[in-house]
Ligand binder design. Structure first.
Ligand code: URP
Ligand code: ZN
Ligand code: ZN
Length: 514
């Protein structure tokens, strides 16, 4: 094979199922061949991976870019498609799925999707797709689901909280009913908005408004109740759901139980629930605002252990970033701009919810050393691609099939060229956000190269992340069409759903049942 575009030699190739010393040949942006080491020796360009691991590029299926602050606070999230995807590839993520955000006040989903395409097109460094974020499941919006499907969208997110987005249970059923017909996966933000609003008012009445009370207003049972409710509604409708950004061990237990019962229930967690605790919300001054996200970071390392366990035992299908950055200092959109005359230290209820994390997701999790390499690939790339219909183009290293999206990691410590442990600071990152909640964390892993469709798009040479070079120019259109969104879901029931005739998969209307 002397017509390869790129040859990667001497690395250890890891997929979700295998690990082997193989050389990788790349042609026309695709994986062309995997061969025993030393057999392939010519290509236009050769990278000697020298004992480093080579994994599929990260697939981050929970990324908010350029979105209005629908999650408390004001302004828009601080990364746009350009800066957010630049940050992604510098952290080893080659595909993101961002949101096309429809607020309660908006009508047409197709219109929102069109506008989101316009913001993304020509501005991305990574490949991308979209989930529809559905804040107003009106008859019009629901009638647009088949067209969304035709336009390559097969997943959406709904909310059980946030004033601008919260759906009632009957609206959730409307969405699940229509989603089921189209084979969509419905992502659910599971927190009980009515309860946390009530808690917030009581805390405010007592002038307990500092960032740390964000966690008090949303105890674990607020998440657990909503998670259980989401599962029940999905069971009623026999429709696949994915509960996003799970933080609470008791919510995870309900999810595991639902999975054990064979329900099409999936779950996602994020690094913030592996590394941050409510103590981070109580940093001096107003610094705790830098860790305000919902659900909030939980109590202690015992909670983290339960979430790590859920990753290992399969409760969590995916580990995403929930990248949703808001600057700290910016007085328009900033987390600090919640300062007011009555509350000189700011009010937690006004802090935009969300954290930056698309660039740090892979390295923080890998550096923690608590997942096997194969499990790491499974939850950060392969499962995400499968769940949202991007597999096997994304999420694997299959010759003739997969895009040549790869991360070459530095060899493990102690060998030649290994990355020595370093302390993460925000100045090393490439997002457009003035802080990282992981400032000061010691990491032992960072991508040496990120390769997208056969091109080196990130080359981190030498010590210190400042030494990077982004080598590929911006490219014009990387929208990835989602095929069936449920390729790892069990087949949905062909029999009646809780006394009602089947929806989708042949039947498409509820009719009277005798
Ligand atoms: O606090 C969070 N999670 N912000 C991002 C928006 C969301 O709900 O995912
Ligand atoms: Zn959410
Ligand atoms: Zn989110």
């Amino acid at each position: 094979m002397d017509d390869l575009d790129l040859l990667i030699t001497n690395g250890i190739v890891v997929t979700a199922s295998d690990e082997a010393k193989l050389d990788i040949g790349i042609k026309n942006g695709k994986i062309a061949i995997l061969a025993p080491q030393g057999l392939l020796n010519t290509a236009k360009k050769v990278i000697n991976a020298k004992g480093g691991y080579i994994t599929p590029g990260g697939v981050d299926t929970h990324v908010h870019l350029e979105e209005p602050a629908l999650f408390g606070g004001k302004g828009r999230s601080s990364d746009n498609f350009e800066t957010g995807t630049r940050s992604a590839i510098c952290g080893g993520t080659t595909t993101i799925v961002a949101f096309a955000p429809q607020a309660k006040t908006e009508g047409s989903l197709l219109e929102v999707l069109k506008e989101t395409h316009e913001r993304a097109r020509g501005n991305c460094y990574a490949d991308y797709s979209f989930h529809m974020l559905c804040g107003n499941p009106s008859e019009k919006a629901l009638s647009e689901f088949p067209e969304l499907r035709r336009q390559g969208i097969s997943s959406l997110k709904i909310y059980l909280t946030y004033e601008a987005l919260q759906l009632r249970d009957d609206q959730v059923l409307d969405v699940l009913y229509s989603s089921r017909k189209e084979g969509f996966t419905t992502m659910i933000h599971a927190e009980n908005g009515d309860v946390l609003n009530w808690m917030t008012k009581k805390l405010e009445a007592l002038n307990l408004v500092a960032p740390k009370y964000h966690a008090t207003s949303r105890p674990q049972l607020v998440e657990t109740e909503a998670t259980y409710r989401a599962i029940m509604l999905a069971e009623l409708m026999d429709a696949p759901i994915l509960v996003v950004h799970v933080s609470s061990p008791s919510a995870a237990a309900h999810l595991r139980n639902a999975q054990t019962r064979g329900l099409p229930v999936y779950a996602e967690t994020c690094p913030q629930y592996l590394f941050l605790t409510r103590e981070d919300l109580d940093k001096p001054g107003f610094e705790g605002a830098k860790c305000v996200c919902s659900p909030p970071p939980r109590e202690n390392s015992g909670d983290h252990d339960a979430i790590w366990l859920g990753l290992s035992n399969g409760t969590f299908t995916v580990l995403s970033s929930d990248h949703c950055p808001f600057d700290y200092e910016n007085t328009e959109i900033g987390k600090k701009s919640t300062l007011s005359v009555e509350h000189p230290n700011g009010k937690f209820a006004h802090i935009p919810n969300g954290l930056p994390g698309v660039e740090t997701r892979l390295a923080t999790v890998l550096s923690a050393g608590r997942l096997s390499m194969q499990k790491f690939v499974e939850v950060t790339s392969t499962n995400a691609a499968k769940l949202y219909g991007l597999y096997p183009q994304k999420g694997s290293i299959l010759p003739g099939v997969s895009d040549a999206d790869l991360v070459i990691w530095y060899p493990s410590q102690g060998k030649d060229g290994a990355l020595t442990p370093f302390t993460l600071t925000n100045s090393m990152l490439h997002h457009r956000c003035d802080y990282t909640p992981y400032e000061g964390q010691v990491l032992t892993q960072w991508p040496r190269y990120t390769i997208l469709r056969g091109e080196v798009v990130y080359d981190h040479e030498g010590e210190g992340l400042q030494a990077l070079a982004i080598q590929a120019p911006k490219r014009s259109d990387f929208f990835i069409v989602q095929k069936s969104a449920v390729s790892i879901a069990k087949p949905l029931s062909m029999v009646s759903i809780n006394g009602l005739p089947p929806v989708g998969m042949g039947g498409d209307q509820f009719v009277d049942v005798d």
